[in-house]
Design a protein around this ligand. Structure first.
Ligand SMILES: [Zn+2]
Length: 298
């Protein structure tokens, strides 16, 4: 009998605690904080900049910082746990987060901000829209502005801070863009091959021509036929440089290089980084990309 009472008491205490947590607070963040969850690394960097230093606002990345692009991502229970605490979920959108439908059906009250909203999307030869907007600096700026407007709409009390942070960040990105345009305007080689479909926006911005892509289907190794096709295109167009990505195995690129004489360089689509990412991680990675491009295309 005594035991039963104790169990009942524990259950009651739990229920009371649960009630107390939700009372007087619109979201689910701890201690009344506004909890912003981001889908993956670049969204985390952008949102962290916009929400930087604002009291009571927390930014948490749902996926591990080494996850990379979320083309084939499957939600794990820990992700749902993170999302349950979220007031706002910042995603890239444009079809990148394949798990999204499942999330939205399970968490109907979650405010979702889509960074890609309203942005003109590039399409591949099959008419499929390309979601890698953030890889061009102009795209990153547009996404930062979209996230900013979304955060202001969801959390108007912090409008001034979001806006001030955002303007400061956009200024830095504009300077970066200017600097890269200046540095790349005289390069000799414009034809390149990239690893996956991450670079069309970047190439568009800086006047590069992506002749072929090594990994046609995101997340899967190219087939022997696809490899042969890429090798044929590279030989025909006399492409001199292949860009792999640090997030993927260089094996396919190495085999292509061996059969074409093209040189391999590493270009980073800013989809991974350290756990404690610095606010200027995007700019720093792009500066590294710039160095590589100048070396590869001079
Ligand atoms: Zn991708």
């Amino acid at each position: 009998m005594k035991k039963k009472c104790a169990v009942l008491f524990v259950i009651l205490a739990f229920m009371l605690a649960a009630c107390g947590q939700n009372a007087g607070h619109t979201g689910h963040g701890q201690d009344g904080d506004t909890m912003i969850v981001t889908s993956f690394y670049p969204m985390y960097i952008f949102t962290s900049n916009i929400a930087s230093g604002i009291e009571g606002v927390r930014v948490v990345n749902m996926t591990e910082p080494q996850t990379g692009c979320l083309h084939d991502y499957q939600l794990v229970p820990a992700d749902l746990k993170t999302l349950e605490k979220a007031d706002i979920f910042v995603i890239n959108g444009a079809g990148l987060e394949s798990f999204l439908e499942k999330v939205l059906s399970q968490l109907p009250d979650l405010t979702v901000i889509e960074a890609a909203e309203g942005i003109d999307l590039l399409k591949d030869e099959n008419g499929e829209e390309n979601p890698h907007i953030w890889v061009s600096i102009s795209g990153a700026i547009q996404e930062v502005k979209n996230i900013t407007e979304g955060l202001i709409a969801a959390d108007p009390a912090n409008e001034d801070s979001y806006r001030k942070n955002s303007e400061k960040y956009v200024e830095k990105l504009e300077a970066l863009k200017q600097n890269m345009h200046e540095a790349l305007k005289d390069i000799k080689t414009r034809d390149i091959v990239t690893f996956h479909e991450a670079f069309p926006y970047f190439a568009h911005e800086f006047g590069l021509n992506i002749v072929s892509v090594i990994q046609r289907e995101p997340g899967s190794e190219p087939s022997a036929g696809e490899l042969a096709e890429t090798i044929r295109i590279i030989n025909d167009a006399q492409v001199k440089v292949l860009f792999t990505e640090p997030q993927y195995s260089p094996r396919a690129a190495e085999s292509i290089a061996a059969q074409t004489g093209a040189r391999i360089y590493v270009l980073d689509p800013v989809v991974t980084g350290p756990k404690e990412a610095d606010l200027d991680s995007y700019e720093r990675t792009m500066q590294e990309n710039l160095k590589v491009l100048i070396e590869a295309l001079k």
